[in-house]
Design a binder for this molecule. Structure first.
Ligand SMILES: Cc1cc2nc3c(=O)[nH]c(=O)nc-3n(C[C@H](O)[C@H](O)[C@H](O)COP(=O)(O)OP(=O)(O)OC[C@H]3O[C@@H](n4cnc5c(N)ncnc54)[C@H](O)[C@@H]3O)c2cc1C
Length: 233
């Protein structure tokens, strides 16, 4: 696939060195990482992801997938290769009756919490709202809600993804069950996840932080926080 053909079929942005926005698009959370990809494909839908994967494969390009860009080692960006950037794919859909949420592969924890909070529900994510749901979940995912509800992967019901050969598959306990098993902790090694579906739990407000009083005084401490009524046992 030539670059012209990729451009013709692509709805998002394709950035090359020297383009406006290129330097901003190659930045990741860890400011020590300074990599210069040959191409950044900012996808807006699954069709864009499929085209980008095909382009990378046919041109033998080293390929990095970018979700929230929080990986400490900077695995969401590479030198002289292709970055498949999902940061424009941040749609969410809550199904309140089924108590599930589907989020696109570029969503941050804040995007997901914002969508589910309106329904009085949440699922375990991280502790920082700007971390990507994708990298966090594919690595396991531990956060404020892990004690009552487990890791992010314990609540993962299904993913949609584009494999390296360009095929789109849905993986869950029944379809591609081996792939679904591997994804839950295996990191970004199995393809580009375009959306995740999670189980939700009834959660309204979480108060987190250290307390410096004896545990027996917890109800009293809670009563002192404006707007909070003690729900302690
Ligand atoms: C400030 C901060 C707070 C953090 N807090 C927590 C926390 O509370 N709990 C916790 O468990 N972790 C936490 N982490 C760690 C974080 O979960 C990992 O660094 C994770 O890799 C970040 O995911 P990302 O999508 O933001 O990163 P990226 O750098 O975009 O991606 C990380 C990895 O996932 C791959 N990847 C990204 N998107 C996709 C996709 N759509 N499909 C397939 N592969 C993909 C990338 O290729 C890369 O290998 C934190 C990190 C930071 C910097």
């Amino acid at each position: 696939m030539s670059l012209e053909k990729l451009r013709a079929s692509f709805r998002g942005d394709i950035l090359q060195p020297g383009d406006d926005g290129y330097d901003n698009a190659r930045k990741v959370y860890n400011g020590m990482i300074d990599r210069r990809p040959r191409l950044i494909a900012r996808c807006v839908d699954v069709a864009d992801v499929m085209a980008a994967v095909q382009y990378g494969r046919e041109n033998s390009l080293l390929t990095a997938i970018r979700g929230g860009g929080h990986n400490g080692g900077g695995l969401g960006v590479c030198d002289d290769g292709l970055v498949i950037d999902l940061s424009r794919m941040r749609g969410t859909r809550v199904n309140p009756a089924a108590r599930t949420v589907r989020v696109q592969g570029g969503c941050t924890g804040g995007d997901m919490d914002h969508a589910t909070h309106a329904f009085g529900m949440a699922t375990p994510g991280g502790t920082v709202s700007t971390t990507g749901v994708a990298g966090l979940t594919l690595g396991g995912g531990i956060g404020h809600l892990t004690r009552p509800y487990g890791l992010a992967i314990d609540n993962l019901l299904e993913v949609d993804m584009v494999l390296a050969d360009g095929r789109f598959v849905t993986a869950n306990e029944k379809e591609h069950a081996d792939l679904f098993w591997a994804l839950r902790g295996g990191g970004g090694n199995f393809g580009v996840v375009t959306s995740f579906e999670f189980r939700l739990h009834p959660v309204k407000i979480v108060n987190a932080g250290p307390t410096f009083w004896p545990i027996e005084q917890t109800p009293e401490v809670y009563e002192g926080i404006p707007g909070i009524h003690s729900r302690c046992p």
